[in-house]
Design a protein around this ligand. Structure first.
Ligand code: NAI
Ligand code: MG
Length: 394
């Protein structure tokens, strides 16, 4: 009897390439599970008018754990054009299935580890006197995943009630001359519960994996209410973790510091937008999209996915040349989450070994471009060869 049930959502494009590769690695590491295939993505928008069908939500509700590849989304015109003719004119509106999934299951804690593997040719280097030095980066970003600037509460030409309520704020007088139709508003709503949960999750993670500091990366001196609430909750949570320091930095200054002293940061916490920014910033220092893994964690359901998208142009290449490591590391995050830490560590060590040896490298690691033929001639491994090497290293 398999021990675990995992919902497998390959989605579109290279999601369909990399997810099966991650499952191959999980199986080679001795992880026993039944995988339940679930539909998600563009194909289901076209054929059903819903990129996240209810049957997929039901499977996640049942099994609680999901692996997700990537989805394709397209501009508004294409969204309408590509919908099956029988579904047109019914008022169907496209909405990103991954955002919908995060909201439906309240997957409010997003975790994005950015950890450099020694000898990765994509690692960030710093000047040190006349020489160069490669800082060891071991940062894990905790991004609030459901609120803030991405909460979706926004208007152009705000309705009366909203406008009138806002006008009661003294600072709104500065906008009194602006015609309402020329005014766009996106809100930044933080709730105490979500602030507490993201801070609590970050400290608990720091404790579990031995990090010495948690850095809150917001802007509390300017965004006094929202960033301020996050800071308040951070201080409360920190009291229960006397061995872990709570630092606070501003997002703008932090973006400068990531190129000056990135090795100094352990766990970082931020709201939705700043978390998106800082996690891409750190991911760029440790290999970019081929290495960027992530987890979306709710109170009941958790979904693990690479940060990259469906890269449609690469999906057509035969054999595939995309880097499966981001998806494989996302699967490791799933193992960590369900308590299979030993297997997760085993796989991460195998990835590290392959990267350190440097014999098998995908095109992105070699900074190559072009067709499968061109990058293969340049020495790049295929997707499958990379997975094979990781499995051999296990
Ligand atoms: P993308 O992440 O799909 O690809 C951008 C570029 O990054 C690719 O052209 C390729 O050079 C490189 N890349 C991506 N994954 C790689 C891998 N595993 N190995 C090596 N190189 C890799 O982003 P893009 O091109 O902006 O979007 C393509 C589609 O993906 C769009 O429809 C977009 O909406 C969607 N998307 C979906 C996401 C998700 O499912 N979470 C996230 C980002 C984009
Ligand atoms: Mg992003």
């Amino acid at each position: 009897m398999p021990k675990y049930n995992v919902v497998s959502m390959p989605g579109d494009g290279i999601g369909q390439t990399v997810l099966p590769e991650a499952i191959r690695v999980l199986e080679a590491a001795g992880f026993e599970a039944d995988y339940h295939h679930a539909d998600i993505g563009w194909e289901f928008w076209r054929s059903e008018g819903n990129p996240l069908p209810d049957r997929t939500i039901d499977l996640l509700e049942k099994y609680k754990i999901g692996l997700f590849g990537a989805i394709t989304s397209k501009p508004k015109v294409k969204t309408a054009e590509e919908l099956d003719p029988s579904l047109r004119g019914k008022g169907l509106v496209y909405f990103s299935p991954i955002v919908k999934m995060r909201q439906h299951f309240n997957l409010d804690v997003c975790i994005r580890p950015c950890i450099s593997f020694p000898n990765n040719p994509l690692n960030f280097v710093l000047r040190d006197g006349d020489g160069l030095f490669e800082p060891k980066i071991d940062t894990v970003v905790f991004r609030q995943n459901t609120e803030g600037l991405y909460g979706g509460v926004e208007w152009t030409n705000p309705p009366d009630q909203v406008y009138d309520a806002l006008m009661t704020h003294p600072k709104m007088q500065g906008f009194a001359d602006c015609p309402r139709e020329d005014m766009a508003i996106s809100t930044r709503i933080f709730t105490r519960k979500a602030c507490h949960r993201i801070m609590q999750s970050a400290f608990e993670y720091a404790k579990k994996f031995g990090y010495k500091s948690v850095t809150l990366c917001e802007k509390p001196n300017v965004l006094r209410e929202t960033s301020g609430m996050m800071e308040e909750e951070g201080k409360k949570v920190a009291e229960n973790y006397p061995d872990i320091q709570l630092w606070s930095t501003n997002i703008d200054a932090q973006m400068m510091w990531i190129t000056k002293n990135p090795q100094d940061y352990g766990v970082i916490v931020a709201g939705n937008m700043f978390g998106d920014i800082i996690s891409d910033g750190f991911a760029g220092l440790v290999g970019g999209l081929g290495f960027a893994c992530s987890a979306n964690i709710g109170e009941e359901v958790a979904v693990f996915e690479p940060t990259h998208g469906s890269a449609p142009k690469y999906f057509e290449l035969e054999p595939s040349i995309v880097n499966p490591i981001a998806m494989i590391l996302s699967a490791c995050m799933m193992l960590d989450h369900i308590g299979e830490t030993e297997k997760a560590t085993k796989i991460k060590n195998a990835v590290a070994k392959v990267v350190v040896e440097g014999k098998v490298r995908t095109y992105d690691m070699l900074k190559l471009r072009g067709s499968t033929k061109a990058v293969t001639e340049g020495g790049a491994a295929s997707t499958q060869q990379m997975t094979d090497a990781i499995i051999a290293a296990l």
